[in-house]
Design a binder for this molecule. Structure first.
Ligand SMILES: CC(C)(COP(=O)(O)OP(=O)(O)OC[C@H]1O[C@@H](n2cnc3c(N)ncnc32)[C@H](O)[C@@H]1OP(=O)(O)O)[C@@H](O)C(=O)NCCC(=O)NCCS
Length: 197
């Protein structure tokens, strides 16, 4: 049994809420802010600890300063929370002309940069795998992106991480090309969905 990471959702911006199919408990999907960085770091530790040898390319560790810069440059993050327990989190990068960094490592990008929404660092709590937390995060991301007028939703996945890339494809974020992460040689799929806004 893995540790739990707590988050008080009082006062948080709630993106959506519902009840797990087949489970008698409720969840909320909330927006995170820079005030939640320590919580996000704790949750990241759980995800990293769940990776098996050879899965290092599935989820790349991000530093506290990375998270700080992420929020300072106008990008976003979301979490799935149930009974004050974080069950999943993801970063949403919304680049602009001033801060054009996308996090995509080997893809020819659609233009302009402020039409893009990129999801990164998708993780579901190790005890909840297969409970559609990843699916909820991707669906919430696509809503956040469309609401912010971003019509190109992009992601990259490790080709070996079939749970991950299948999840994107099931949500219409299709594989459009392959690439290689120059930092570690990971073979990637690039995903793209055009959003109606
Ligand atoms: C990839 C990840 C986010 C998927 O999250 P999840 O909440 O388990 O995914 P979902 O429940 O939405 O499942 C997607 C599908 O894969 C299946 N699945 C996912 N993980 C599974 C597991 N460990 N065992 C069995 N089936 C699993 C689900 O049954 C589901 O299939 P279905 O749509 O046919 O029912 C999660 O496994 C994770 O955090 N992995 C470690 C970090 C990582 O790889 N991140 C990806 C970054 S792009």
């Amino acid at each position: 049994m893995q540790a739990s990471v707590k988050l008080d959702t009082n006062g948080k911006d709630v993106i959506s809420e519902g009840q797990f199919e087949n489970f008698n408990f409720k969840y909320q999907i909330v927006s995170l802010t820079s005030a939640d960085i320590q919580t996000m770091l704790c949750f990241q530790t759980l995800i990293l600890g769940s990776l098996k040898p050879g899965e290092e390319g599935y989820f790349l560790e991000k530093s506290e300063s990375f998270f700080q810069e992420h929020f300072n440059t106008g990008s976003k993050a979301i979490a799935v929370v149930s009974n004050s327990n974080v069950l999943g989190q993801a970063l949403i990068v919304h680049p602009n002309m001033q801060y054009p960094k996308t996090g995509m490592t080997d893809m020819v990008l659609p233009e302009p940069v402020d039409s893009l929404s990129i999801i990164q660092g998708v993780g579901a709590h190790p005890n909840t795998r297969g409970m559609k937390i990843g699916d909820k995060l991707i669906k919430a991301w696509l809503d956040v992106a469309a609401n912010d007028g971003r019509h190109n939703a992009l992601a990259e996945t490790d080709q070996k991480n079939h749970y991950s890339w299948e999840l994107f494809v099931k949500n219409g974020v299709n594989i459009v090309s392959a690439g290689v992460d120059p930092s570690d040689g990971t073979q990637l799929y690039n995903h793209h969905k055009v959003l109606k806004i």
